[in-house]
Write a protein that binds this ligand. Structure first.
Ligand code: ZN
Length: 323
């Protein structure tokens, strides 16, 4: 009988991944246009309200499908290195990789060869800031809801964040943290890559750790992942994990209200910034499901500045479906 069976408050998988980007319009054109994700929230960076915070996801903004960006026009290029999340993998239906290769190539995006990883077909590509992405043929993440207005037909639609890859100079310390503190199980190893899973694993519940002692130090800027957030069911579960991480010696933050979820942050031993985010309250807390992403949403304390902020933020045009 292992720890996983005993713990009634497991971390359930990936909640969201947050990355940095350059100009917001190019980001919107790529993720909402080419990749066909739904813009589920258009808001500002709470720490720098003169810049946007863009959230993409499935038709309902389900946890596990969320990718968020802090766009900084003219930002320096980031660089992948050790202690960083170096790849975000999307899940797509079986038989859809050829569609995606063609669609990306038509959009001027170079695509890597299709290879196999832990028995699934996968290929890699990058967004216009150099953020490393991949698509794997796998199941939809738990709770995925299609978006009817996507530019991508449902048969090929990206169905959530399949997994993330962490690159580490000393993978053992990270693997120990994942297994012994966060209670992930090991799936297997292929070369320098180890795969771990939350619960029973599958798309949305996996993380890969790649050992690379030559990786050097990276730089978190445009085209790099800022942090990876894992999902829990509720506030009580988050507090359980906050206590558990503290007990383990991790420097974990107080609970922060991110409007759409409540969050704690810490760094895993290799240096990647981790977050635990609650599933509730979700993206409909300040906007109706039908109109998610349709207009600029500000937190209450920034509403008095709306006119000023709208004047400073670059105008964005949502790409139309059906390219
Ligand atoms: Zn986050």
């Amino acid at each position: 009988m292992g720890l996983v069976e005993n713990n009634m408050r497991p971390i359930q998988g990936i909640h969201h991944v947050t990355a940095m980007s350059g100009a917001p319009q190019a980001n919107l054109d790529f993720y909402a246009g080419v990749l066909g994700l739904r813009l589920v929230k258009l808001t500002v960076n709470y720490d720098d309200p003169g810049t946007y915070h863009l959230y993409y996801g499935d038709g309902r903004g389900s946890p596990g499908t969320i990718l968020t960006f802090f766009p900084w026009p003219g930002a320096m290029r980031g660089r992948n290195g050790a202690g960083m999340a170096t790849e975000i993998v999307f899940s797509a239906p079986a038989g859809s990789l050829e569609y995606w290769q063609e669609r990306l190539q038509q959009a001027g995006v170079a695509t890597g060869a299709v290879t196999e990883r832990f028995g699934e077909r996968v290929f890699a590509f990058q967004d216009s800031d150099g953020l490393r992405l991949a698509i794997a043929e796998s199941a939809a993440v738990p709770g995925y809801q299609a978006w009817g207005e996507s530019a991508v037909p449902a048969a090929y639609a990206l169905q959530g964040v399949h997994s993330v890859t962490l690159t580490e100079a000393d993978a053992r310390a990270t693997e120990k943290h994942l297994a012994e503190v966060m209670e992930l199980g090991e799936v297997g190893r292929e070369g320098t890559r180890a795969r771990f899973r939350f619960g029973d694993g599958g798309a949305g519940r996996m993380v890969d750790v790649v050992q690379d002692d030559q990786a050097g130090r990276g730089r978190v800027s445009a085209g790099a992942v800022h942090h990876v957030a894992w999902r829990v069911a509720d506030d009580e579960t988050e507090l359980y994990w906050q206590g558990r991480l503290m007990k383990d010696g991790s420097h974990v933050s107080p609970v922060m209200d991110r409007t759409y979820f409540h969050s704690i942050y810490w760094r895993e031993p290799g240096g990647v910034l981790f977050e635990i985010a609650t599933d509730p309250p979700g993206f409909t807390v300040d906007e109706a499901m039908e109109s998610l992403g349709g207009k600029l949403i500000l937190p209450q304390w920034l509403e008095p500045m709306r006119e000023d902020l709208e004047g400073r933020l670059p105008k964005l045009t949502l790409p139309k479906g059906g390219r």
